[in-house]
Design a protein around this ligand. Structure first.
Ligand SMILES: [Zn+2]
Length: 311
């Protein structure tokens, strides 16, 4: 992991002390973590490294105390598309839908960010100094603190009532407590009926929130090969797949570190990022297909636990 030009190579945690010195009195090293005044960094386990629906729920919950109902005292953007919110405007609320974070300002203006593969939102307490970073994209200050967004590839505003199609076409949000999975199954047939399962799970117009980590994990937990054509799956199988995705996203909303395995299992994932490692159920080597091989995104699976569909 790189941070402010210093590479952290586990298990050498010496650089953490360099970082602590760089941050001054607002930081300290505790074990393997650098703790800043308002956040902590861990060189081995970045929290929610691939933003998915659960990440965005957590981000909204973190930002709410600083932004909800507050007047903007200072605001700065890099690479904003659309009308620019100004200091003096009020923020009505911050929330997430699927993998989108929405900050609603007065005058019907909403700021949408999509974090892509590695974007993050963080919060600083009021008065804390903002770290210099070429990755900083948004800074919003209120009397309650400052919200910072790093590395987000999509930053745009729109007038409420004229939502961009990427929001207007979203399927049910699987990070909600209650989701009508029958509708999700119907949408799978309608919008992804000719796709492979791995593609359908990522299709945000079918259901919102699943990203590349949950995609592989959900297929494993259901015992279905990720490259099974949707047309070969029964409605019951699709219902179970989406039910698992829903459970996983809701469970991980409140976790600092995403974990798809039971608490009794040390590994955080069954198959994701475990290429050639032993399957936690059958010990067979985990398989991997790179992005662009069978589908647009990389995929992991166990060939024993997730048998290929008969041709
Ligand atoms: Zn297995």
């Amino acid at each position: 992991m790189f941070f402010r030009g210093i590479q952290l190579k586990p298990p050498d945690y010496g650089p953490l002390h360099q970082l602590a010195a760089a941050f001054g009195s607002t930081s300290r090293v505790v074990g393997k973590q650098l703790r800043l005044e308002s956040c902590s960094l861990h060189p081995l386990r970045p929290p929610h490294p691939m933003p998915e629906g659960d990440t965005l729920r957590r981000a909204a919950a973190t930002l709410a105390p600083v932004l909800d109902g507050q007047e903007v005292t200072d605001i700065w953007f890099r690479m904003l598309r659309g009308h620019r919110p100004r200091a003096g405007q009020h923020i009505e609320r911050v929330h997430s839908v699927g993998k989108h974070l929405l900050i609603e300002f007065d005058k019907n203006l909403t700021l949408r960010t999509h974090l892509g593969m590695s974007g993050t939102w963080r919060v600083l307490r009021s008065g804390a100094s903002v770290p210099r970073s070429p990755k900083l994209r948004i800074r919003i200050s209120t009397e309650a603190g400052t919200a910072l967004c790093f590395s987000a590839p999509t930053i745009e505003t729109f007038v409420r009532g004229s939502e961009p199609s990427v929001l207007a076409n979203l399927g049910p949000d699987l990070s909600e407590d209650e989701v009508d999975l029958a509708i999700v199954v119907e949408r799978t047939r309608a919008f992804a009926g000719s796709k492979l399962l791995a593609e359908a799970l990522l299709d945000q117009s079918v259901a919102a929130g699943v990203g590349n980590v949950f995609k592989s994990e959900v297929a494993f937990l259901a015992g279905v090969h990720p490259f099974t054509p949707v047309s070969e799956l029964t409605d019951e199988q699709l219902h179970e797949l989406w039910s698992i995705a829903h459970q996983q996203l809701v469970t991980n909303r409140s976790r600092r570190f995403r974990k798809t395995t039971p608490d009794t299992v040390r590994d955080d994932h069954f198959v994701y990022d475990r290429f050639r490692m032993g399957c936690l159920r059958c010990s067979d080597a985990i398989k991997y297909a790179a992005a662009g091989d069978r589908t647009e995104r990389s995929t992991y699976w166990c060939r024993r636990c997730q048998a290929r569909p008969a041709r």
